[in-house]
Write a protein that binds this ligand. Structure first.
Ligand code: PEP
Length: 257
């Protein structure tokens, strides 16, 4: 653990998106459990977020493995006539500890807004889930020097009127949209600059104790060969990994950064 981050255990999280049947998920998780057995109980958290249809299969396999379960989305209502949706309580019941909220693919393809993100964060934390709030700018926004104003809006509106305590903080993932699934990774300087900025914003909204306890992950083409240079940065507390989390071998290498 870094000296500058005494409260923050690194978190390496895998977002499987819409990949893998339950049988495929079982196979990958079985391999991952074997490959990460050496770091069980060490100071690192590992999370996998498979599709909803594989949550039960993965939950059964990861018991006592040191790997936690996450979901990729939730609905904010407790229950109701919302065809196709899944509530926070259902995720808890399925064994989830984490839930990803506001991933850029949901914002881009499914009309997720800062307002729905805010409601989902509220529902997740009320149910005892740890939300992973995703924020990040598009390539055009970065080129137009709007990165920080975009992040301000996402953070301020996303966290509006929410209370987290330092014992149960949220997780924030900085995922520049231009780096997701593209093979382009933000440079260490770009990543540290944004993470430092985000921590300051969180401090302004939620206070110093919470800002220090909040883990800020980097996401965007994290691979075994670039994870180390990112993880050494003082304000990087982990990684949200898409493509490279789908194979146990590459995800394990990232976990062993
Ligand atoms: C993601 O989907 O959150 C992600 C970071 O994907 P990738 O690692 O494939 O860029």
């Amino acid at each position: 653990m870094k000296e500058s981050a005494p409260l923050r255990i690194p978190l390496i999280a895998g977002n499987w998106k819409m990949f893998k049947t339950a049988a495929e998920a079982r196979e990958t998780v079985g391999q991952l459990i074997q490959l990460t057995a050496d770091i069980k109980n060490k100071n690192i958290d590992i999370m996998i977020a498979p599709p909803f249809t594989s949550l039960a299969a993965v939950a059964e396999l990861i018991q006592d493995s040191g790997i936690d379960l996450g979901a990729q989305n939730l609905h904010w209502a407790k229950e109701g006539a919302f065809t196709g949706e899944i509530s926070a309580a259902m995720l808890v019941d399925a064994g989830c500890k984490f839930v990803i909220v506001g991933h850029s693919e949901r914002r881009q393809y499914f009309g997720e807004t800062d307002d729905t993100v805010n409601r989902k964060l509220q529902a997740a934390s009320l149910a005892g889930l740890i939300p992973v709030l995703c924020v990040g700018e598009t390539e055009t926004q970065r080129d137009e020097k709007k990165t920080f104003s975009v992040l301000d809006k996402q953070i301020e509106n996303g966290l509006k009127e929410l209370n987290f305590d330092a014992q149960h903080p949220l997780v924030v993932a900085y995922e520049p949209v231009w780096a997701i699934g593209t093979g382009k990774t933000a440079t260490p300087d770009q990543v540290q600059e944004v993470h430092f900025y985000l921590r300051q914003r969180i401090e302004k909204i939620m206070g110093n104790v919470l800002a220090k306890a909040t883990r800020i992950l980097y996401g965007g083409s994290v691979k075994p060969d670039n994870v180390k240079e990112l993880m050494v940065l003082p304000d990087v507390d982990g990684a949200l990994v898409g493509g490279a989390s789908l194979q146990a071998g590459s995800f394990s290498k990232i976990i062993h950064f």
